[in-house]
Ligand binder design. Structure first.
Ligand code: 5GP
Length: 191
């Protein structure tokens, strides 16, 4: 999606070999007009899939999921990062390894909000190694719900997550796919 690629080129910052910062417009300060266009595009891509729930993961995915959900007219569920050892109540759980911190944490969704009647679209800001998506996919499977696919804003295609998740038979639609990036020259190439 040219709009997003242009914005990443203009306002994105490369850190080291594998981190792209988009704090100016996507996951710290949020450009709502831009994210609204991303939501519209996710809707165009998945409009005829019978989506009735959008599932994301806190925190960065929430805003994007909400602006997307307006077009589907469906609720957003965000998987919570569980901080306590005792998982209370009736919840689905899975584990996610944080890309930025390397730590493994549990994510949870209440059984009240996800079940066999649901057709779920996953939304997230980044796809890197695929751990966040794998965690969300497990929640959908444990709930007996149908996974329609995943809408990703920025896929770093030089990392293994995209191939991994697609090889599981999951439809992944990424609005910008970064082929390579170089901190020293501040250059980004898209697929
Ligand atoms: P994965 O689980 O696919 O390895 O990583 C995806 C998650 O890590 C996303 O939810 C996102 O929050 C974070 N992430 C991965 N790569 C980047 C990156 O280059 N920049 C930022 N800002 N977040 C990232």
């Amino acid at each position: 999606m040219k709009l997003l690629e242009d914005r990443i080129r203009r306002d994105g910052t490369i850190r080291g070999t594998d981190v792209l910062k988009v704090d100016r417009f996507l996951n710290h300060q949020m450009d709502i007009a831009l994210i609204n266009e991303l939501g519209k595009e996710f809707h165009r891509l998945f409009a005829d899939c019978g989506v009735n729930k959008i599932l994301t993961i806190e925190a960065s995915g929430i805003g994007i999921a909400c602006l997307t959900a307006q077009y589907f007219n469906v609720p957003v569920i965000f998987a919570k990062k569980n901080k306590t050892k005792n998982i209370a109540g009736d919840v689905y759980t899975s584990k996610v390894e944080s890309f930025t911190h390397g730590k493994v944490y549990d994510i949870i969704v209440s059984k009240e909000f996800l079940g066999p009647q649901d057709r779920v679209l996953l939304i997230d800001d980044f796809l890197a190694n695929g751990s966040a998506l794998q965690g969300l996919i497990k929640l959908v499977q444990d709930a007996g719900a149908t996974l329609v696919g995943a809408g990703i804003c920025v896929e770093k295609a030089f990392q293994p997550g995209g191939d991994l998740i697609r090889s599981m038979g999951v439809r992944v639609e990424s609005l910008a796919r970064v082929k390579s990036m170089d901190e020293s020259t501040h250059s980004i190439e898209f697929c």
